[in-house]
Design a protein around this ligand. Structure first.
Ligand code: TA6
Length: 295
């Protein structure tokens, strides 16, 4: 399989396919600057992003599963067609399913792109009775990573979905992290039965479990890691909502695929259509993207 993938989509020095954990296939993206990224075909899951000369900007749990039917814990989970709990598996089935590459390229500016897709199967139709085509395009630059998600309704009836890029950022100590750009935004506090409140402080800081859905948030949000003197700027497009999450101690202990003492080293700042489902007519397409830049 890896040989076929490399033959069809490999680009020497830029895109290769190798066995990952438990032999799960993954794409390795290498930028001319030295920046790298990794994408498992399982869930089209980005599990690593290193800017030029840097350490990994994404958090991965040491306890993560890497097996069929289970989500990878960390990196950038692709959430579709359901964010959170509900009639489908938590956070939907896209992150639990094997995707396929459809394109890889090195652009004129040197950016490296890999596109993967997922189409409905009898298994997905049993869970969610709609034909669909999902595409995830990952583009690596020297100090940036862009992820574009496309949802096509290939059926004859409209459907609605919620979706997100559930990004886990690596931080030195979440107690010294500030998330900026959400001041004045209304959020749903999932720890208080989705009670609505308005974010008043200039920055979100962390001293307890935090799990908030910021509705119709600005398109630019920053994650400042004071300990590392590093800022990741998140620029979203056509993804109205932002979710900010840290499990803290009690929830971390309840998660079997997350170490009890890992919570200080991560923060999730997620982008997508979360607060309200998005409707797509028969034959219609939705596209949203998020670009992460480190400085
Ligand atoms: O995005 C925040 C959240 O919905 C939290 O409530 C927590 O459940 C987290 O996602 C992880 O969900 P998962 O299904 O990956 O364990």
């Amino acid at each position: 399989m890896l040989e076929e993938l490399t033959l069809q989509f490999g680009i020497p020095g830029a895109v290769g396919f190798v066995p990952g954990v438990n032999g799960l296939p993954k794409a390795m993206l290498s930028h001319q600057s030295g920046a790298t990224a990794e994408i498992y075909l399982h869930g089209a899951h980005v599990t690593s992003w290193r800017a030029v000369g840097g350490d990994d900007l994404l958090f991965m749990s040491a306890a993560s599963a890497f097996e069929a039917g289970k989500p990878i814990r960390g990196g950038i989970p692709v959430i579709f067609p359901q964010f959170g709990g509900g009639p489908l598996p938590a956070h939907g089935f896209a992150r639990l399913t094997e995707w396929e590459p459809t394109l890889s390229a090195v652009e004129e500016n040197g950016d490296v792109e890999c596109v993967l897709h997922l189409e409905d199967t009898p298994a997905t139709r049993q869970l969610w009775p709609h034909p669909f085509r999902l595409e995830l395009a990952v583009t690596l630059a020297a100090r940036a990573l862009a992820v574009r998600m496309t949802v096509e309704n290939s059926g004859a009836a409209p459907f609605s979905f919620t979706a997100a890029l559930h990004t886990y950022f690596s931080v030195a100590d979440v107690r010294r992290v500030a998330v900026r750009g959400l001041r004045g935004v209304t959020y749903l506090d999932t720890l208080r039965d989705d009670a609505r409140a308005v974010e008043t402080p200039e920055a979100i800081t962390f001293s307890a479990e935090t799990d908030r859905i910021y509705v119709a948030a600005p398109d630019v949000v920053q994650v400042e890691d004071a300990s590392r003197r590093r800022t990741i700027t998140i620029h979203k497009h056509n993804m109205p909502d932002v979710v900010v999450w840290n499990p803290w101690t009690a929830k971390a202990q309840r998660m079997p695929d997350f170490g009890d003492t890992e919570y200080p080293r991560m923060v999730c700042v997620e982008t997508g259509h979360v607060a309200e489902p998005h409707a797509v007519p028969a034959g219609g397409v939705w596209q949203g993207s998020t670009r992460f830049r480190v400085s």
